[in-house]
Ligand binder design. Structure first.
Ligand code: ADP
Ligand code: MG
Length: 701
């Protein structure tokens, strides 16, 4: 019985995998041979899209979608809000005889024109010049979003303005992938690396963390509803102290949620792979198998949306905020990043031939150089009000960007630094392109969970990304800074070779110089310790603690020059990102402040005052009957009075900063206000407290 059930489960998964995706497999059945070949070349090899097949593709997509029950289509895109956007149009067009035909033209597939004026553009668009366009991204397949009585064909698109400027997160991402790919090709040529016809690409495996809470609790928390995090809440006696939730047995209700989520992911062609309990009770993770970066990000955006949707079906709410609960772990999205070349191989995996060796060390050094040179940019790419609660909170890496390499790789890098560029015979000197690397254990045992950017055997894991973020930003930065570093390496080596130098000798010197200059960014110790903050300061590494500080990196001339040089973002586009992200930050703080005030005034203060009245009555009544002085109750009353008075003072203070629009001061005032409220939660009768407790939200699933 059970075995049969398991087999059914497997069959279900394999049969329905990608069912709701207009995949290459589906295309073959719905497209003419020639259109199919042409589109496949665009998708697989990055060939220019042949506009003449657009009508055929649209017709095929429509037929497929209608068979799946779709009535509408939408261009699906990723504006600077960080969310996704869609506007549905039906396929229905009335014919002249009182009936309808179902229509979807090539023009409608390729280009859309949403009103751009209501999306944040950071000054790129004024409301009176609303023109914005969406354009089909054929490299990410169309899919069907399904709910009970609706199915919509979603066409992944880029979003740009009338002037051609990028208004979204996908355009710069695609440009940055191109920039890095070109440099990878250049390195491949220089090293005479085999070209198997594979398109160089960047891979991403984003590990998505999230919380679940019961919907009945969520509904009683205006802070969760409006801000995604709890603005008040006394720490529960037990939460994550025992480390008994991490990888613990998954509760039945949660397993059922996860199973449905996985199935839905598979139907959408998202390769959901690993699921488990995370550190904090109520916290979980879902990791997919890594994919090509652009697709992986679309898939992650879909995943975040479906998670919330499925949770609702199970009477749960999925919280993607970076810090839903204070004092316990927040949620991140580990960004596993690697690069592959025209040889179709992962270049971040050390190999055993001289060529593999050289390309691996070159990319490694490029990462070191890029991260050290542009650490503030990398930091800025993960800056948000939510992530500020997490970074440096002894559960996530600090705001100081550094790289963990592990012992073996550090030895190799040290050898590289000490080598003199001559073809030395000394065993412990690395000779690029001459000797193979010592085999690196695939799963390095000395894992370091505290480092923002850790090398993990075949990829770099950037751990500072927040759980709710669209991870395009950090990947745009990674791609571009590594492209720049590779560009400089290639230029140097090409010049040397033209001057008669040997490739190995030149490369050895170039990489040696990089290690010498940038090794300060390498750190294998405990990044949570305050010693590291001091040490990092000595090394001159920036420590941009909060978002407003961090975002300023987008305005520096270096950032402008970098993104412009590699065609990723113009200075105007970059400045617009600064504007938008800073505004989102300020608005987030303002919303949290107003929500804090509302809860403190209308929910907490009334019960605190009422309780004082009750205590006063008790004292009065008992003293009348019994000549006792009621000292202990008086003490309790004075405690409640003290915290209530702090609460009222806190309200006044926070209101002032809200009126002044002073974000940083408002944050501190919210913390003070919260301290008084949380103290009251610890004193007032549970039955009077207007909101569910931390314990209930974390454990009652
Ligand atoms: P770890 O436990 O070291 O974090 P996993 O093997 O569990 O590593 O992988 C974590 C994530 O990294 C998964 O999404 C996985 O698919 C992804 N990943 C594995 N190899 C690569 C790679 N070469 N490039 C990008 N992502 C990768
Ligand atoms: Mg990991």
């Amino acid at each position: 019985m059970t075995v049969n059930k398991a087999i059914d489960g497997m069959r279900n998964a394999t049969d329905s995998y990608g069912e709701n995706v207009f995949s290459i497999k589906a295309m073959r059945n719905y497209l003419s041979d020639s259109a199919f070949k042409s589109l496949k070349a665009t998708i697989r090899e990055g060939k220019m899209l042949d506009a003449s097949i657009a009508d055929d593709v649209a017709e095929a997509m429509k037929t497929w979608a209608i068979e799946k029950g779709a009535t509408h289509f939408t261009h699906w895109f990723q504006p600077l809000t960080g969310a996704t956007a869609e506007k549905h149009d039906s396929f229905v067009v009335p014919d002249r005889d009182g009936g309808v035909i179902m229509q979807f033209s090539g023009k409608e597939l390729i280009k859309g024109e949403p009103d751009a004026s209501s999306f944040p553009s950071g000054g790129l668009r004024a409301t009176f010049e609303a023109r914005g366009y969406t354009a089909w991204d054929p490299t990410s397949p169309a899919f069907i979003k399904e709910s009970k009585n609706a199915a919509v064909l979603c066409v992944p698109t880029v979003f740009y303005s009338y002037t051609g400027e990028a208004l979204d997160k996908k355009v710069p991402l695609l440009r940055s992938i191109d920039a890095l790919s070109s440099q990878i090709c250049r390195v491949a040529k220089l090293f005479d690396i085999e070209n198997t016809g594979a398109k160089p690409s960047v891979q991403l495996g984003p590990e998505q963390e999230y919380f679940l809470v019961d919907r009945k609790y969520f509904e009683k928390r205006p802070d969760l509803i409006q801000t995604g995090r709890t603005l008040f809440g006394l720490r529960s006696a037990k939460d994550q102290q025992m480390s008994d939730h991490y990888f613990g047995p998954i509760k039945r209700r949660v397993t059922e949620f996860m199973c449905e989520l996985d199935k839905e992911m598979w139907r959408l062609g998202v390769p959901a792979k690993t699921r488990h309990n995370e550190v904090c009770p109520g916290q979980f993770e879902l990791a997919p198998i890594f994919e090509e970066l652009n697709l992986a990000i679309d898939h992650n955006m879909i995943m975040m949306e479906v998670m919330q949707d499925i949770a609702e079906k199970h009477g749960l709410v999925c919280l993607l905020h970076e810090k839903p609960f204070t004092s316990v772990n927040g949620s991140g999205k580990h960004n596993n990043w690697s690069v592959s070349g025209p040889d179709g191989k992962n270049w971040l995996k050390p190999g055993d031939s001289p060529h593999e060796n050289a390309k691996f060390l070159t990319v490694l050094c490029a990462v070191i150089k890029g991260v050290d040179t542009h650490a503030p940019l990398l930091r800025a790419s993960v800056a948000s009000a939510g992530n500020d609660h997490r970074l440096g909170g002894h559960e996530a890496p600090p705001a100081i960007m550094s790289i963990f390499l592990g012992e073996q790789l550090n030895d190799i890098v040290r050898d590289l630094e000490n080598g003199d560029g001559k073809a030395s015979k000394k065993r412990d000197t690395i000779e690029i392109g001459v000797s193979p690397l010592p085999p690196l254990p695939k799963d390095t045992t000395d894992r370091n969970r505290t480092s923002p950017l850790a090398y993990t055997g075949n990829k770099f894991e950037f751990r500072a990304v927040g759980s709710s973020q669209n991870s395009s930003g950090p990947n745009v930065v990674m791609n571009t800074i590594v492209a720049e570093a590779l560009d400089e390496i290639c230029t140097k080596v090409e010049t040397d070779i033209a001057g008669g130098k040997d490739l190995n000798e030149s490369l050895q010197l170039v990489l040696r110089d990089i290690v010498k200059k940038h090794k300060r960014v390498l750190f294998d110790g405990d990044n949570y310790k305050t010693d590291w903050t001091t040490e990092a300061e000595k090394r001159g590494l920036p420590n941009l603690r909060k978002t407003p500080e961090a975002l300023k990196a987008l305005l520096t001339p270096e950032a402008g020059a970098l993104f412009e040089k590699y065609g990723v973002l113009t200075k105007r586009e970059l400045a617009s990102r600064y504007e938008v992200y800073q505004t989102i930050y300020d608005e987030t703080i303002a919303i949290e402040s107003r929500c804090s005030l509302m809860i403190a005034r209308t929910m907490i203060a009334p019960v605190a005052l009422a309780y004082q009245g009750e205590l006063a009555d008790i004292i009065k009544n008992v003293e009348r009957i019994d000549n006792e002085d009621m000292l202990d109750v008086r003490e309790l009353l004075s405690g409640v009075r003290k915290e209530s008075s702090e609460l009222l003072k806190g309200i006044k203070k926070l209101q002032k900063y809200v009126d002044d629009g002073a974000s940083d001061k408002a944050i501190d005032a919210m913390t003070e206000l919260r301290a008084a409220a949380d103290a009251l939660e610890g004193m007032l009768p549970k039955s009077d407290w207007p909101m569910p407790s931390y314990g209930e939200m974390m454990f009652m699933l």
